[in-house]
Design a protein around this ligand. Structure first.
Ligand code: NDP
Length: 399
């Protein structure tokens, strides 16, 4: 029986806490810690069993060390912001504790996410006999597991992967982001990037798009973006010829985003305002609805999956693996919308597999490095059933 420390009491943190609390056969003790104590206590009040809560500023490793020494977790689940990844990884090393997160580090002053800062911890984690599991949400996370499953069960060679992320839900706000607004807008306004024939190719932000007919949802416009799992999958799926990431956006969302960009509200450099330094995007984040507040009126579904092509027994094959998740059903179960749910459930599953030693290897690892089967089995069991289908000729085509 194990102890889990969850850091970050936002939309995703709420779901991880609910799901760990449901796993009574795995976690005897749970502590939810975040910058704002009231948010931890609000989530704790939703649960059927008692948990501990704590206030922590995780930007400072010493604060996290103190908390870990007091609570003594077997694993720390970091669902605060990517800015805290390195300080929490340091604290885990200092205290001999395993680590898991859902988003890779990016420096606050530059919107550039890469694994290199976290992969640099490899030798120290190996030497300490500790494990860090990176990017264990949905995408990254389940998208990586789907690739590992396809590699193990469906293909002898994987040639192309397209990761397709569709949110066809409606939250009733004119403009809101489904996960942390600051991180979300930084990601979406970056240049697009995909990997083909051994090289990375750049595209202007959201300039490449096409319509795709999503199962259970229907046709939606999806846009090519850079996403962090592309970096690890290019390394870990041998023989890959091309990998791309696509996300759907509605016209209204894109119009708001363009206006905010044009007036300078998505800038991440400090500007002088009446003698104060203000980062416009941080200010905007404070005006926008919190992801954890979107749930009550959210309707519609998400469909996130991987369309994969390659060879099996010398013949060309296409396989589409995906999950469909319903916003309202998530809210009924854990008081969260589907984006928080599809991220929080895999994070809880990763923590369960780690403490049960099903996925346990010293070092710093990405999800696709492990056997996908136990994870896929847990996905169905813990609320994210998946579909694997072989499209007919002409079905689910992508250019
Ligand atoms: P929220 O903004 O809802 O929550 C973030 C939480 O982190 C807040 O409670 C915030 O506290 C807390 N926090 C921020 N800074 C600190 C700090 N210095 N110390 C302690 N706590 C801190 O975001 P989400 O829950 O939507 O997202 C959480 C993470 O999940 C993000 O890193 C995001 O990128 C990732 N994610 C991953 C996905 C995937 O599929 N892999 C998909 C969606 C999200 P406060 O409330 O005080 O601000």
């Amino acid at each position: 029986m194990s102890r889990v420390l969850i850091i970050g009491a936002g939309g995703v943190g709420g779901v991880v806490t609910h799901k760990c609390a449901q796993a009574t056969d795995v976690f005897t003790d749970i502590c939810l810690a975040s910058r704002t104590m009231a948010k931890c206590d609000r989530i704790a009040r939703q649960l059927k069993r008692p948990i501990q809560t704590a206030r922590v500023d995780a930007d400072v490793p010493a604060n996290v060390v103190r908390l870990i020494r007091r609570f003594k977790p077997d694993v720390v689940v970091n669902v605060a912001l990517p800015y805290q990844d390195l300080s929490i990884m340091e604290a885990c090393l200092a205290t001999g504790t395993d680590y898991l997160d859902t988003a890779n580090y990016e420096p606050p002053e530059k919107a550039k996410f890469e694994y290199r800062w976290q992969w640099a911890f490899r030798k120290r984690y190996e030497k300490a006999g500790l494990m860090a599991l990176l990017g264990c949400g949905f995408d990254p996370g389940v998208s990586n597991v789907f690739c590992a499953y396809a590699r193990k069960h469906c293909f002898d060679e994987i040639h192309t992967v397209d990761i397709l992320d569709c949110n066809a839900g409606s939250h009733g706000h004119p403009f809101a982001t489904n996960f942390n607004p600051e991180i979300n807008i930084r990601e979406i306004s970056q240049r697009g990037k995909y990997w083909e024939s051994g090289a990375w190719h750049d595209t202007a932000p959201l300039s490449v798009h096409q319509t795709f007919d999503f199962p259970d949802i229907g046709p939606r416009e999806m846009y090519l973006m850079y996403h962090e799992e592309l970096e690890s999958l290019v390394r870990n799926i041998k023989g890959l010829r091309r990998i791309r990431f696509w996300m759907t956006f509605g016209e209204q969302y894109l119009t708001y985003l363009r206006v905010l960009q044009n007036v300078g509200l998505t800038r991440i450099d400090p500007v002088d305002y009446e003698g104060h330094k203000v980062v416009p995007l941080k200010f905007l984040k404070n005006l926008l609805p919190e992801p954890s507040s979107l749930g009550p009126n959210y309707t519609g579904k998400t469909n996130i999956g991987c369309l994969i092509e390659g060879l099996k027994n010398g013949r060309r094959r296409r396989v589409y693996l995906y999950n469909v998740c319903d916003h309202a059903a998530c809210y009924r179960e854990v008081k969260a919308q589907a984006i928080s749910y599809t991220t929080g459930v895999p994070a809880a599953i990763g923590a369960i597999l780690m403490v049960n030693k099903v996925w346990r290897r010293a070092g710093v690892h990405n999800v696709e490095e492990f056997d996908p089967d136990p994870f896929m089995e847990q996905l169905t069991r813990r609320g994210l059933p998946w579909v694997v289908r072989e499209p007919r000729r002409g079905e689910y085509r992508i250019r």
